[in-house]
Design a protein around this ligand. Structure first.
Ligand code: PXG
Ligand code: PLP
Length: 450
């Protein structure tokens, strides 16, 4: 066990003292977990370390965020140094030089035309920021009647009110009341009947983008501010866009003066073999939200990238006025900027932003080799992402998925499940033998699942 992995909570790893812990775990089965906790105490590269001394292969990059692998020395050192030098700067009316440098560096790797950056502290905050930027942009241009926001069924845009409202996961919405007024949704693109076992983008479904036209006919395009989608919907089970779908969305939005927002919280920073997913698909949105891999998850951070004309729309008033009445105490936090700059260096030095493109064919073969195993009803992949969809068990939806997650952890692999869909997206530094090991464990688990 390495130095960092030495547990301070060995007692807790037995679960003995956890059952009544004050910690209300987010998005977790609190009571189930606290009875038999799965605790991580260290990490390095593509592995987590557990309190009982096991090395667990990280099949989902933490939560799709540790793209360069865990505890990278360069990033660790940058954070340590920054913490000792300048811990915090107020981001309102003051600044730290790194924020400006980091924004300029991000723009250099972003899709052409996205020239300005607004910082937040998470994907959720980035999404709510982007929605407010879209509304503000229209208002500034004298189109304040564009107030509607369109999301997509099965979309995940974080957990703040705006993101929950445009999101399309029923379980995340149903207990939180009316959310935000004026939101509507297009249909999702998941279609196992026509597209099961697709490799890369599925063939069928481009026409689903025409759902935006349906909502334009219903509400009138002049009332719609923005459409937000994930280029690949990851949280809700890896829904890869059909061939031609994103292009069609782009065309419809442009034609109606509607802003197109790509939520790239997961697809940015190399997951699809390019710095941003938009670049892989060759479709440029008006705004991009990102987070997670922006700092390799070592310090929380999120960002919204936008086209020049959006930024300029806010710059028309008097110079001595605040152009955008929005921002967070921790926007452009020095530790996040330091981590982000070091992360970009690691990505660049190791070619990580394009490595998924190299690994893709091998990854795809390995993933699809699980076809034919019990209960596997679909396998899909794109970049360094794969999903294995299982038929729900007789006990109900999600039970088989949960069992797969728990059994894999016992066999030293961390795999994320969304209902009965296993989602794999390891750190971009993963080597082929480790890919083999990950899929061998998933294979073992699938063979024995009830
Ligand atoms: N947008 C997208 C597309 C995301 O994937 C968020 C926004 C919210 O980001 P924050 O940083 O506020 O969590 C996300 C986050 C999963 C999983 O298991 C995915 C996310 C978060 C937690 C779990 O699929 N994505
Ligand atoms: N609530 C209160 C009472 C505050 O004073 C602030 C910030 O000053 C916030 C919420 C927002 O916090 P943050 O800027 O960290 O999002």
């Amino acid at each position: 066990m390495n130095e960092r992995a030495r547990p301070e909570t060995v007692g807790a790893s037995t679960g003995a003292s956890l059952e009544n812990s004050a910690f209300f775990m987010p998005f977790s089965m609190n009571r189930h977990f606290k009875k038999a906790p799965r605790l991580l105490t260290g990490a390095e590269g593509v592995y987590y370390h557990t309190a009982d001394g096991r090395k667990i292969i990280d099949g989902t990059s933490g939560l799709w965020c540790v793209n360069a692998g865990h505890c990278r020395p360069k990033i660790v050192a940058a954070i340590q140094k920054q913490a000792a030098k300048l811990d915090f700067t107020p981001p309102f009316q003051l600044g730290n030089p790194m924020a400006f440098e980091f924004a300029d560096r991000l723009v250099k790797i972003a899709p052409k035309g996205l020239t300005r950056v607004f910082f937040a502290n998470s994907g959720s905050e980035s999404v709510d920021t982007a929605l407010k930027l879209a509304l503000g942009y229209h208002r500034m241009r004298g189109e304040g009647h564009r107030v509607r926001l369109i999301g997509r069924e099965r979309g995940y845009h974080g957990v703040n009110f705006g993101g929950t409202a445009v999101g399309g996961i029923v379980g995340n919405r149903k207990i939180f009341g009316a959310l935000v007024a004026g939101v509507d949704h297009i249909r999702h693109t998941h279609d196992l009947e026509r597209n099961a076992f697709s490799r890369g983008q599925p063939k069928h479904g481009a026409e689903l983008a025409d759902d935006v036209e349906r909502l334009c006919a219903l509400h009138d395009p002049s009332t719609i501010a923005a459409v937000i989608v994930e280029p690949v919907a990851c949280s809700a089970g890896v829904l890869v866009p059909p061939v031609g779908y994103l292009e069609r969305l782009r065309e419809i939005c442009t034609r109606h003066g509607i802003l197109l927002i790509f939520d790239e919280v997961i697809t940015a920073f190399g997951r699809l073999g390019k710095p941003f997913g938009s670049q892989h698909f060759g479709v440029t949105p008006d705004l991009i939200t990102c987070a997670k891999g922006i700092t390799n998850a070592a310090v929380p951070m999120g960002a919204v990238l936008m086209k020049e004309e959006i930024y300029q729309a806010f710059m028309g008033g008097p110079e001595k006025a605040i152009e955008m009445p929005h921002g967070y105490t921790y926007s452009a936090h020095p530790l996040a900027c330091a981590a982000g700059l070091a992360t970009l260096e690691v990505y660049e030095e190791e070619g990580l932003l394009t490595r998924a493109a190299e690994l893709w064919p091998y990854w795809e073969e390995q993933a699809h080799s699980l076809k034919g195993l019990p209960n596997v009803i679909d396998i899909r992949n794109i970049g360094l992402i794969a999903a294995i969809e299982l038929a729900p068990s007789a006990e109900g939806p999600g039970r088989r998925g949960l069992e797969a997650h728990v059994r894999a952890f016992e066999k030293d692999a961390y795999i994320r499940v969304s209902g009965d869909i296993i989602a794999l997206a390891p750190p971009l530094i993963i080597q082929k033998p480790e890919i083999d090991r990950l899929f061998a464990t998933v294979r073992d688990v699938l063979k024995t699942l009830p």
